[in-house]
Design a protein around this ligand. Sequence first.
Ligand SMILES: NC(=O)c1ccc[n+]([C@@H]2O[C@H](COP(=O)([O-])OP(=O)(O)OC[C@H]3O[C@@H](n4cnc5c(N)ncnc54)[C@H](OP(=O)(O)O)[C@@H]3O)[C@@H](O)[C@H]2O)c1
Length: 331
Amino acid sequence: MSSLPSTMKAVLCDKTGGPEVLRYTEDQPVPKVGESEVLVKNKFGGINYIDTYYRTGLYPAPSWPLTLGQEGVGTVAAVGGSDVHGLKENDEVVYLKQGSYAEYTSVPADRVVKIPSGVSDDTVLGGFLMGMTALTLVKEAYEVKKGDTILVHAAAGGVGLLLGQILKDLGATAIGTASTKEKCDMAKEHGYAHMINYKDIPDWVPEVKKIAPEGVTCVYDSVGKTTWEGSLEAVKRKGSVIYFGNASGPVPPMNIALLSKKNTKIMRATLMQYVVTRDELEYYSNLLFDYLRDGKLKVNIHKIYDLKDVQQAHKDLEGRLTSGKLLIKTT
Ligand SMILES: NC(=O)c1ccc[n+]([C@@H]2O[C@H](COP(=O)([O-])OP(=O)(O)OC[C@H]3O[C@@H](n4cnc5c(N)ncnc54)[C@H](OP(=O)(O)O)[C@@H]3O)[C@@H](O)[C@H]2O)c1
């Protein structure tokens, strides 16, 4: 094993609150590598909206203090035992595991995959959690078919820009919503055939109906509180509404009798329940790598922040100032 430092840089959360509860430290102990785990020296950590849910307390923290970050990319610095899916020191890897706002993260080996050749590490991480989310949405939550008309909220966000490209590749017509002209223009460059500025036009459902008079086949709604009802109105008879996030707050308890109006199917989807087994994780990560290698999926990195500046990254994300992926440089 190469020599490891005893302490590292990390950003910790000691309690729930605003971005100010994110505390930068340089003396966090380097995690020990457990049996069937690998210790990854992170190059970049990925920022996802879910990090803000843990910070605010919308999602309960598994323990305190909490190190945020659901995914990272870097080099294997140590391996724990032999049951590590063939991983060895110095392998370049990408993983799903909470705790990537740090220099080192100890990760169960079955959550770690090697980076394929021909794709850069920032692109792989930029597309990893978000791209696999988009792929599970179109393959399993509602299986998109050629000719479908699909509505996606927050189309210029991290997931939104990837989803637009995948929908176009599948032969669907993607309609997106976003809050500024710049975001609408960017989404159009990423696969969306039509964009609606739902800030300028708060009553956006009639705009959707102008494009799809009977309603859309499916809505992918990650905005939640402010869009959930409109999504039910915008979908066609026998259509699907897939809720998968809470950017404006969670969808409130709803009366399922609402669904009988059009025989609407709804679900609340999450990536983590689609990649529970090693086979599932390998299936979706390989599918994503194929998309990235073929150039069918472009990752828009909004900005790479220093670990010290994570508070600002959260402010930018929650302030709706970003388009695409936010990364943290962890070295
Ligand atoms: N279920 C899963 O497994 C899964 C996995 C990944 C992501 N997600 C969800 O997918 C969504 C997108 O994630 P992301 O990381 O790519 O974030 P993002 O889309 O880059 O950022 C969130 C976007 O939501 C929109 N938004 C609308 N109302 C908002 C409000 N009141 N406050 C803040 N933003 C608001 C903003 O776009 P406009 O300014 O254009 O409105 C904002 O840019 C999040 O809800 C996230 O939780 C779910």
